[in-house]
Ligand binder design. Sequence first.
Ligand SMILES: [Mn+2]
Length: 332
Amino acid sequence: MNNHPSLSSIILDKQNIIIFGHTNIDGDCLGSMLSLGGILEQLGKDVDYIADPIHPSRSRLPWVEKISSDLDTSKTYDLRIGTDFSPWQRTGQLYKDHQTYFDGLKDNILIIDHHQEDNYHATRNFKDVDADANCVWMYELLQEAWREQYITPQIATYLLMGIMTDTGRFTFDTQPARILRAASELVTLGADKPFLIHQLYRNTDPHLLETLQTVLSNYYIQDDILFTSRDEREAGKISKTERDVIFNLLQGIAGYKVAIFATIKDDHLIKLSLRSKQAHEIDWPIVDVNDLAQTHFEWGGHIHAAGAVYRYNGSPQDAIESIFAIINQAIH
Ligand SMILES: [Mn+2]
């Protein structure tokens, strides 16, 4: 991790730079993209910010409108950067629409990430799987390259957003000293914490209450598993903010080994969000949900928070029973 060249040397001779984010963009990814891009722009670089089309219900993330989903595959770039994800597949619809383009990219690919997944295509791989947020890792890399020279209050705010959102507002970080030090320095550099608190947590659309009604009426606890689900086919997508509120709620419940939030996406796909408790909270061995997701489903993430997909034919009720059985067997 420590033998990497500095960001400043990598971007020195690069002019046209594209920064990619992951599908279902979140505060950490957005903060990573905009903070790095903001510094590159101050250095006179031309920067494009590209991620999956953003659903209106997610547009409450501040500054998300700075991200475009119009990828011009004929445009050449001197450097392509992916932040807060590893395999190109995580760009979602972008990858599906431009698979040949992504698969054909061979050089000048820099990945800055904190997920465990493989990034086989990266030519430069800045990965820190111990970082609780990609933005804390990004902040350290930016500091290493340029000190605080280009970290304006706006850029400090972008970085603090990622740190706050990916740690659940400083709740489930595993390296609190590192997280709080970075947060403290960013506030000193002018990060606008009250603005973030308002935008992210005190400005939620009343639709949240409907979502909660569904999630709470569908929940059950059985065999140490807290399970709930929501059918997107009838009720539509929900925002990142709503998801975060749901998880804060589920994670506050005592005694479960795995909390599962299943989203029925369509007639053949169920998306799972998995959460487990940390060692200090429990008197049983920790459940590694990243391992669970990678072994029994697709995708992954982190030890205590991971996403997964399950493909099915037949009824979603049967699929949900199968998912429950797979996870139940895996953890017992
Ligand atoms: Mn992240």
